[in-house]
Each structure stands twice: as C-alpha cells, then as structure tokens.
Design a binder for this molecule. Sequence first.
Ligand SMILES: [Zn+2]
Length: 174
Amino acid sequence: MRGARYGVRINRKASAQLFPFERYFRGFEDVAAVRELFGAATARVLKQLKVEFFSFRFGYMGTSDVDGHLLISTHHLRTSDFRTLYLDVVHELCHVRQFRDGKRLFYQNLSYVDAPSEIEAYQFTVREGRRLGMSNAELRSYLKVNWITPAEHRRLARRTGVLGPPRRRRRPRH
Ligand SMILES: [Zn+2]
C-alpha cells in the first residue's frame, strides 16, 4: 500500500461502478435479434446485465472478458445517432452471448477486424441493420470506425457482405 520512497499511499482496491443495463436500455428483451441470442433466458440475462460508463471521448462500447458486463462511453451515449447506438448495443449483446458460451472475446495477435469474435458480432449486427432497411452504403459507413485502417475496413465490409469481392487486377500488357 505504501510507497515509502514517494511518501504517498495508494489504495489499489478500487472497483468500477456498475449499473443495471435496463436502467438505460429498455425494450431490448423484445427485439427478435436479441431473443435469437439468448432464447428463453433473454429477460433474465438482460435483467442481470450490468453496465460500466467511462468518460473518455474515444472508444464507444465494449464487453468485459472478465465478467461479461458492458462498457459504454458517456460521450458516445450522449452524441451518437440512435441507430448507431441501437446497433452497437446489439453488437455488444452478441459479445455477451459469446462470453456466456465461454468463447474468447479478445485476440491480441489478430487485427480487430480479423478476430473471430468481432467477425461474428459484425455479421450479426449487419443482419439486424439490413432488417432495419439499411443499404450497403449505410452499413459500410456504420462499419467505418476510427481505429481501423481503410484496408481493414474493406476486409470487414467484405466479410459482412456489404462490399463485393476485390476487382481482379488486370495483367499488364506487354
Ligand atoms: Zn465487438
């Protein structure tokens, strides 16, 4: 506890403050896509789900791989358009399902867009976006998050079916 050299004390046993998901997000138990994830357990899962808020301006949402609670940026919650928030929650609930299934959420050695957990969550979310009537262009724009490169964005767009296969490079003529 004590760093004698520094003359200060640090209590290392801080805990994050968690809130009930349903205090902020209502009605998700009636969304068909969410019911597809949790089946008969949907209401119970959402009732037990906890949310931790953080106030950094970067980052949007995430799911803890320690206990499966959600992490949400208060800035994102306050400023993003409704459809983006809705899809982001659906995306995170897909991670909650993966966590409950004992699947791995993070892959340190893979790029974000190559992680099987992300590919599955994005495919699931894109399907929900299509149900809402979103076009491929709108979905591609939804997939454009600021921590991936243009090449990674194209890869993610292809894997989720919102961008066609790469054009074959024409052979140089002699
Ligand atoms: Zn994700």
